[in-house]
Design a protein around this ligand. Structure first.
Ligand code: FAD
Length: 517
């Protein structure tokens, strides 16, 4: 995948694309891969980096949504469980199963959640991962040695999926390129182009060089997440999105050693809270805070941090404190508003498709787990709107770039799947590239070079936040390595010392927002 090659294709003014997708998060990437895999000529434009928005800030679960089960939304759970199974098949290098334990402290919790989890197992059908079961107090402590032991009665264990969200986004962009499509990051859509009221293309600004161009297409898909209001189409159009912020804290693995995660089914505000092992750290979250304005860099509120620390402390024998937090990150749920809903937890996560009078297809809502289905639905509609040849979806069995059957999760390069071999070859040819970026991390210098050459990384942030996950896992250490990463990137991209210095400055300013003082 190469940005210059994609740009060259865009530059051809005679190019008439079948499908242009705006937005390089889970939803846009899903739609673009769907379109390209059906043989439609497809491009995807992202204003910043792929997965810069919500799609790099999730809880990293590929799940049916135990919470929706409680709300009785069975069809939503069945659909998501089916997608969970498909994703595990199609991207085994990035998706794994994970055991979750619901600790019980009241007599009724074991049987109550035990029955709920049996229903969850049953809904997964053939694509189930493992059978849930009741655990005794001793078994619970064995699974989660750091669980709060006072008044612990036992627990329930069930299984769900876990993944690396931004790595999947990058691999989907590569899948799009492999299929002949053109993914372009740092390309902001500034307006739609219409003929007789119908959308016939758009204007896009190359953020790197300030050049604006017009690109023609038979249909445009708006997959801009929390930015997906319809004002792009009609300035006086309705606001269809309400952002709701979710925050996660990242802690040292000592807070949750072992392989199992904790699921707290009921927080004080009626939500689900997770503490999940991830890349040798623990992610704890999340919250649900309605916001008025979307932002690409949302910031955790103090109250959200305190809320998570308080709840985590109830379930862990050692209470985590602010000073234990390695990183804090916030993401915005693109919830589709329904009239008179003030409590965002009650708004549906199911996805929504809007077809504007101008032919603009907007897809939003949903979750990472269902990105493929969202893409399929969007392209079914888009093909109708644009009168494209009817073609069947084949993404149910389409392997994501990097697909690898046997994955050795102890190998630090396993997230690269089939690309790991090329990275190893690169290190063999140039052994200094095998040096680690930081003594506490698995990532080596070759990951930076690889990201620049094959994953369209353009900035230090792209590398540290989304090609590796250093920003989310250890924000302070990531600031320390920024100069080294900037040097490697500058050499690869042919950029000068002033660029390098500005990158280090900008990155430090950004990463400070992921630290608690
Ligand atoms: C806290 C939290 C936890 C979550 N946890 C999970 C989970 O564990 N599992 C799960 O399945 N789901 C989870 N989700 C849901 C999931 O992350 C989202 O549903 C999904 O990432 C939304 O993707 P998206 O592509 O719609 O939006 P985004 O990822 O925000 O992508 C939209 C993109 O559009 C771009 N854009 C906007 N305007 C323009 C423009 N004019 N030109 C070009 N590009 C533009 C933005 O830069 C952005 O990158 C979670 C969500 C949150 C907030």
């Amino acid at each position: 995948m190469n940005r210059d090659a994609s740009l060259q294709r865009l530059d051809d003014r005679n190019n008439l694309w079948d499908v242009i997708v705006i937005g390089g998060g889970a939803t846009g990437l899903g739609a673009a891969v769907e379109a390209a895999s059906r043989g439609y000529r497809t491009i995807l434009l992202e204003q910043h980096d792929f997965a810069k928005g919500t799609s790099s800030r999730s809880t990293k679960l590929v799940h049916g949504g135990v919470r929706y089960l409680r709300q009785g939304d069975v069809s939503l759970v069945i659909e998501a469980l089916r997608e969970r199974g498909l994703l595990m098949r199609n991207a085994p290098h990035l998706v794994r199963d994970r055991a979750f334990v619901v600790p019980s402290y009241e007599w009724w919790e074991g049987p109550f959640y035990g029955v709920g989890m049996k229903v969850y197992d049953a809904l997964a059908g053939r694509l189930g991962i493992g059978k849930s079961q009741l655990l005794s107090r001793t078994e619970t402590l064995k699974r989660i040695p750091t669980v709060e032991p006072k008044a612990l009665r036992g627990g329930v264990i069930y299984y769900d999926g876990q993944f690396d969200d931004s790595r999947l986004a990058i691999n989907l962009a590569q899948t799009l390129a492999d299929l002949g499509g053109a993914p372009v990051n740092y390309m902001k859509v500034t307006g739609l182009v219409k003929t007789a009221g119908m959308v016939r293309g758009l204007r896009a600004l190359d953020v790197e060089n300030g050049r604006e161009s017009e690109i023609k297409s038979r249909v445009v898909i708006n997959a801009t997440g929390v930015f997906a209001d319809l004002k792009m189409d009609e300035p006086s159009g309705p606001n269809i999105i309400r952002p709701s912020q979710g925050v996660h804290l990242v802690l040292d693995k000592a807070f949750l050693p072992g392989d199992s995660a904790i699921m707290v089914p009921h927080t004080d505000d009626g939500r689900v809270l997770f503490a999940v092992p991830w890349h040798d750290r623990v992610i704890v979250g999340t919250t649900d805070t309605p916001l008025d304005e979307p932002s690409l860099e949302p910031r955790a509120l103090d109250g959200e941090v305190e809320f998570i620390l308080k709840h985590a402390g109830r379930y862990m024998d050692r209470d985590p404190k602010r000073s234990d937090v390695l990183s804090v990150f916030a993401g915005l749920r693109p919830l589709v508003t329904a009239a008179n809903h003030h409590h965002t937890a009650a708004i549906s996560r199911d996805h929504h498709l809007f077809i504007s009078r101008s032919g603009l297809v907007t897809i939003t809502g949903g979750k990472w787990t269902t990105y493929r289905k969202m893409g399929e639905d969007a392209i079914d509609q888009a093909a109708l709107v644009a009168g494209l040849d009817e073609r069947q979806s084949r993404t149910r069995s389409l392997r994501v770039h990097g697909w690898l059957k046997e994955v050795d999760r102890a190998d630090p390069l396993h997230v690269y799947g089939s690309d790991a071999k090329s990275i190893r070859d690169m290190i063999a040819a140039q052994p200094p590239l095998g040096e680690r970026l930081h003594s506490r991390w698995p990532w080596v210098k070759a990951a930076v070079v690889w990201a620049a050459r094959h994953e369209m990384a353009r900035t230090v942030e792209d590398v540290l936040a989304r090609r590796t996950r250093a920003l989310l896992l250890d924000a302070r250490a990531s600031i320390d390595v920024a100069p080294m990463v900037a040097g490697l990137l500058a050499a690869e991209l042919g950029l000068d010392d002033a660029w390098r210095q500005a990158q280090v400055r900008d990155y430090a300013a950004l990463a400070k927002g992921y630290l608690l003082d």
